[in-house]
Design a protein around this ligand. Structure first.
Ligand code: ADP
Length: 402
C-alpha cells in the first residue's frame, strides 16, 4: 500500500512516499520557494539523490502546479508508474482548534474546521489548506486524511490550557493554549515507551522538540498534560526566530512606541529568538561556530536558549507524578552536542548524569541515552518521524472507513 505524505508551508511542499507493507520510504523530497522564479524541486529515491531542479514558476507557480510537478517528476524518474498507485494521502495540518482531535478523512466538515482555524494559525493553516485542495485535485481517486498537530495535546486539562484572562475571551474568541508539534511529541512518546519496555499508559516523560520551532510537552501516563506552545506557536521556549515567553506588556509598550500590530507580529515571529539575540542567524550550527570564534551575542543567544529549556524542564518535573526520562528530538535535539550537554548539566539536580561518550555517539538518527547507566534521570535522544506517523494514521483511518 503506497501512502503519500504532504506537508505544505507557505512557500514549500515537503513530501514522502511510503510503502506501508514494510514502512519503507520509496521517495522523499521538497519543493522550495513555491510561487517564485527560483522554485526548486529536490527528490531522493532508492539511494539516488537527484540534483535539485530549478522548476521556476512553470513548475512551481503555486501549490497545485507544484504538486503536479512533484508527481510528474516521480513518474519520469520511475519512482511510480502512475498516480493511481497512491492509495492514500496524509496531510499535516497545524491547527485543528477545539473541534478536531485525532486524524480524519478529509470531507467538507474537516475542510471547514481547517478553514475556521485559519484565523488562529494564519501562517500555517492557509498553506496546509492549499496543499490539501491541490492534492485532492491531483490525486482524486485516493482518500485524503488530515493529521492535526494539535491532536496529541487535546488531553491538556483546563488548568494547563486556560489563560488567566477574562472568560469572555475564551468563550467568544476561543483564546486558550492549543499547542503544536503534537505529532512529533506523540511519535517520541510511543517510541520511548517501547525503548523503556513500558506500556504507553505507564510512561511519564518530558518530551522536548528542538528544531526551528521548539516545544516541550509534559506526558503523564502516556497523555499530554502540559505543553509550552500556546494559542499560537509563539509561546514557550526560545526558538530560531520566535521569542517564546514574554511579558504581554512588551507588546503594548512597543505599540506605544509607534509599532503597528503587523510590525510587532513580524518582529516576534520572524526577527526574535536566536536570530534576534545573536543578530546573526537562526541556525544553531552557525551560532555554535560563532560562539567558538568568540562571538558574545551568539553565546548569549545559546545561553538563553538552554536556560529556558532547563527552566521549563524544572517546572514540568514538579507537575508530573513521576518522571521516567527527558527526551530530546528535532534537528537540534538529535544533533547538537553542546546544547544536549548544556541541558543535561542544567538538570543535574534532578538526577541527570551526563555521559560525554554517549553524547558523541548518539547522532545521525541514533536512539539512546546521553546519560550514564546509574543516572537517576535518563536523558534520551529519540529521533522524530512525524511523516511515518502521518502515514500510519492515514493507513489506519483509511482502513476504518473502508
Ligand atoms: P524544522 O523545525 O524546520 O524541521 P529541524 O528539526 O531540521 O528544523 O532543526 C533545525 C535546527 O537543527 C537548526 O537550528 C539546525 O542548526 C539544527 N541542526 C541540524 N543539524 C545539526 C547538526 N548536525 N548540529 C547542530 N545543529 C544542527
Amino acid at each position: 500500500m503506497k501512502i503519500f505524505v504532504v506537508n505544505c508551508g507557505s512557500s514549500s511542499i515537503k513530501f514522502q512516499l511510503f510503502d506501508m507493507i514494510d514502512e519503507t520510504v520509496i521517495a522523499r523530497g521538497q519543493m522550495e520557494r513555491v510561487g517564485t522564479d527560483e522554485a526548486t524541486l529536490h527528490i531522493t529515491s532508492d539511494g539516488m539523490d537527484f540534483a535539485p531542479d530549478v522548476v521556476g514558476k512553470t513548475g512551481g507557480e503555486n501549490h497545485r502546479i507544484g504538486l503536479k510537478t512533484i508527481l510528474d517528476a516521480m513518474i519520469s524518474r520511475g519512482v511510480i508508474e502512475a498516480v493511481s498507485e497512491i492509495e492514500g494521502v496524509g496531510h499535516r495540518v497545524v491547527h485543528g482548534g477545539r473541534e478536531m482531535s485525532g486524524s480524519h478523512v478529509i470531507d467538507d466538515e474537516v475542510l471547514s474546521v481547517i478553514k475556521r482555524n485559519c484565523e488562529l494559525a494564519p501562517l500555517h493553516n492557509p498553506p496546509n489548506l492549499a496543499g490539501i485542495e491541490a492534492a485532492m485535485e491531483e490525486i482524486p481517486h485516493a482518500p485524503h486524511v488530515a493529521v492535526f498537530d494539535t491532536a496529541f495535546l487535546a488531553t491538556l486539562p483546563p488548568k494547563a490550557y486556560r489563560y488567566a484572562i477574562p472568560e469572555q475571551w475564551y468563550q467568544e474568541h476561543h483564546v486558550r493554549k492549543y499547542g503544536f508539534h503534537g505529532t512529533s511529541h506523540r511519535w517520541v512518546t510511543r517510541r520511548t515507551a517501547r525503548l523503556l519496555k513500558k506500556n504507553i499508559s505507564d510512561v511519564n516523560l518530558i518530551t522536548v522538540h528542538l528544531g526551528n520551532g521548539c516545544s516541550m510537552t509534559a506526558v503523564a501516563g502516556g497523555k499530554a498534560v502540559d505543553h509550552s506552545m500556546g494559542l499560537t506557536p509563539l509561546e514557550g521556549l526560545v526558538m530560531g526566530t520566535r521569542c517564546g515567553d514574554l511579558d504581554p506588556a512588551v507588546v503594548l509598550y512597543m505599540a506605544s512606541k509607534g509599532m503597528s500590530v503587523a510590525e510587532i507580529d513580524t518582529a516576534l515571529n520572524k526577527q526574535s529568538g536566536l536570530l534576534g539575540v545573536s543578530g546573526r542567524s537562526n541556525d544553531m550550527r552557525d551560532l555554535l561556530e560563532a560562539v567558538a570564534a568568540g562571538d558574545k551575542k551568539a553565546a548569549l543567544a545559546v545561553e538563553l536558549f538552554v536556560y529556558r529549556i532547563v527552566k521549563y524542564i524544572g517546572s514540568y518535573y514538579t507537575i508530573l507524578p513521576a518522571l521516567d526520562a527527558v527526551v530530546l528530538t528535532g534537528g537540534i535535539g538529535e544533533n547538537s552536542l553542546p546544547i544536549r550537554e548544556g541541558i543535561c548539566r542544567g538538570i543535574a539536580r534532578l538526577g541527570a548524569k551526563f555521559d560525554a561518550a554517549r553524547n558523541e555517539a548518539t547522532v545521525e538518527g541514533k536512539i539512546g541515552p546521553i546519560t550514564t547507566d546509574d543516572s537517576e534521570l535518563p536523558v534520551l535522544i529519540v529521533p522524530t518521524n512525524e511523516e511515518l506517523l502521518i502515514a500510519r494514521d492515514t493507513k489506519t483511518v483509511v482502513a476504518e472507513t473502508d
